[in-house]
Design a protein around this ligand. Structure first.
Ligand SMILES: [Zn+2]
Length: 274
């Protein structure tokens, strides 16, 4: 299984990249996990419009969902031109169909694009989605609106847990339990700010990864321009395993580690420790 990082910025895209979105690939096909501002261009750049099996949204905040509207036009066009055989499944949180319908209405009635380009489906907590060779389990997390994280596994690959957006909450330990890779948001280094807006600090992300015995921590969800080395340094005080701050345009192989937690090397990035 491969994780292609398409965008990491929030709450708005930066000069060097889009808001949140990831391609998770297994055997040449895959899913788009979140679709924030600027993500459609990255999908098109990688030539993935014809290869996607589904889009899955963690929640409807715009840093994770805004590009679903231009995406609907592109998907409609892809069906009309034969690039895609039919509508692309769009999985949204349970109970959120009225939210999406109101947004579609508010943008001037884009229903034909969502009907012919995308097929809206609601996932359910704890019920696995089996999409191609991927198994994806949605887990409710604690944010300011209905939000889900996911655990993902490919065909014999390692496991990837994705936090979505969440405040410091035990549900994340359950979600990330013994994941090989934990892709976890860390939106602010200031605990009051992070908690008020339903987010984590790097320190909290590190502690949760440690409690869950994750084998690698991947930090994401960065305000444009922040020094990611500071994020890694703060998380490293709470988590003894390897830590990275994911970079847009980078692909990570999700495979089981050679060594079990906690006998992994202390860091994969010596420059980040201090
Ligand atoms: Zn967010």
């Amino acid at each position: 299984m491969k994780l292609h990082v398409l965008g990491v910025h929030s709450p708005f895209p930066g000069p060097d990249g889009a808001s949140l979105g990831y391609l998770v690939e297994e055997n040449g096909r895959g899913i788009l996990l979140d679709c924030g501002t600027g993500i459609y261009a990255r999908v098109a750049e990688k030539g993935w419009m014809g290869k996607l099996s589904a889009i899955i949204l963690s929640h409807f905040h715009p840093d994770h969902s805004a590009d679903i509207f231009p995406f609907s036009f592109a998907a409609f066009h892809a069906v009309r031109t034969g690039l895609r055989p039919g509508p692309l499944p769009l999985y949204i949180p349970p109970g959120e169909r009225p939210t999406l319908e109101s947004l579609i209405d508010g943008f001037g009635g884009l229903h034909v694009y969502f009907r012919e380009g995308l097929e809206i489906r609601e996932y359910a907590a704890g019920v696995p989605l089996l999409i191609g060779d991927l198994r994806i389990v949605p887990h409710p997390v604690s944010h300011t609106i209905p939000t889900y994280g996911f655990s993902l596994q490919g065909n014999g690959s390692g496991t990837l847990a994705y936090s979505g957006d969440s405040r410091d909450d035990p549900s994340l330990v359950k979600l990330a339990r013994e994941a090989d890779f934990f892709l976890c948001e860390a939106a602010s280094t200031e605990p009051g700010t992070a908690g008020r807006y339903g987010h984590l600090t790097p320190s909290q992300a590190g502690r949760l990864a440690h409690e869950a015995a994750c084998r690698t921590l991947m930090l994401t969800h960065f305000f444009p321009g922040i020094d990611r080395r500071a994020w890694i340094k703060e998380a490293a005080a709470a988590y003894p395993g390897p830590i990275t701050a994911v970079e847009p345009g980078t692909t990570y192989e999700i495979r089981p580690p050679a060594l079990p937690f906690p006998e992994v090397p202390f860091s994969t990035d010596p420059s980040s420790r201090g």
